[in-house]
Write a protein of this length. Structure first.
Length: 278
């Protein structure tokens, strides 16, 4: 698929089982369009919220069997097919929209629990939808999927500080910032002092711990999908390595995966224990 936005991790790649590429792509574009409504362009907050409410109503319409309306037919036509063919859990799709609506208000997060609740709706539904498509229902797999997805979301936050903060997006938990003598809502993008770097280091350690908790999921998913998950996990861990290599200075620059990282990620996925970077 052609994706205009930067993506750290593969979406409906060649490693994904062919029969699942269409529903996975449909889910991706459903989320991508909603995320752009919340984030992109110059529309006022009220307009973003109104558009997301209409998008949410359209989800309910097509889930009830109605034909998609013209406005987002390119999104909801394939999504409605995926809902019918695979009995997608609708509450997971709705949770994604709930998180995007929350984003329009640029809230502050008092602690890690509040941030994880956001991840529960913004990231974890994707993993659970994929497990649903793979036919995996075990509670242990769902819990590990949540850990991996929340870790990926957190890694993206700490990777994107230099981009998010100037846009009014602050995902730094207030309690963590306070422990380092900082006010989260006063942290600015740009050159960072030692307190800011130590804060980012601690938050990256939290994300890594979550990722390693969820990494055994790679042993529960077999075949090409399992290999894709190994690469996703290793991609997240590699971003954390890059953040550490730049002394946790993501307030001033954004690390990214590149072509040169691909051999390293593949080697780790093959040789190392699933999900463990060395």
């Amino acid at each position: 698929m052609s994706v205009e936005h930067y993506e750290n991790f593969p979406v409906a790649s060649w490693l994904c089982p062919r029969p699942l590429r269409a529903p996975i792509t449909a889910i991706y574009w459903f989320a991508r369009v909603a995320d752009d409504m919340a984030d992109e362009g110059d529309a006022p907050v009220a307009q973003r919220q109104a558009d997301l409410a209409a998008y949410r109503a359209e989800l309910a319409r097509v889930a009830s069997g109605q034909v998609p309306a013209p406005r987002w037919a390119a999104v909801f036509t394939p999504l409605s097919q995926a809902i019918r063919d695979h009995a997608l859990p609708l509450h997971l799709l709705d949770d994604l929209l709930d998180a995007f609506i929350q984003d329009t208000g640029n809230p502050l997060y008092p602690d890690r629990t509040a941030l994880l609740d956001y991840c529960r709706r913004s990231a974890n539904p994707i993993g659970r939808l994929l497990l649903h498509l793979y036919g995996i229902r075990e509670e242990s797999a769902l819990a590990r999927s949540d850990a991996v997805c929340s870790a990926l979301q957190l890694i993206n936050f700490w990777q994107d500080l230099s981009v998010d903060l100037p846009r009014g997006r602050c995902y730094l938990p207030l309690a963590d910032a306070a422990r380092h003598g900082l006010r989260a809502d006063a942290v600015q993008a740009g050159p960072a002092g030692q307190a800011e770097k130590t804060l980012v280091r601690d938050l990256c350690g939290w994300a890594q711990q979550l990722m390693l908790e969820g990494a055994p999921l790679t042993r529960q998913i077999t075949g090409r999908a399992g290999w894709e998950l190994r690469l996703v996990v290793q991609g997240g861990l590699r971003i954390l390595e890059k953040i550490a290599a730049m002394d946790f200075a993501t307030l001033s620059q954004r690390p990214a995966l590149g072509r040169r990282d691909a051999p390293r990620l593949l080697w780790r996925a093959i040789v190392h224990s699933p999900g463990v970077a060395r």
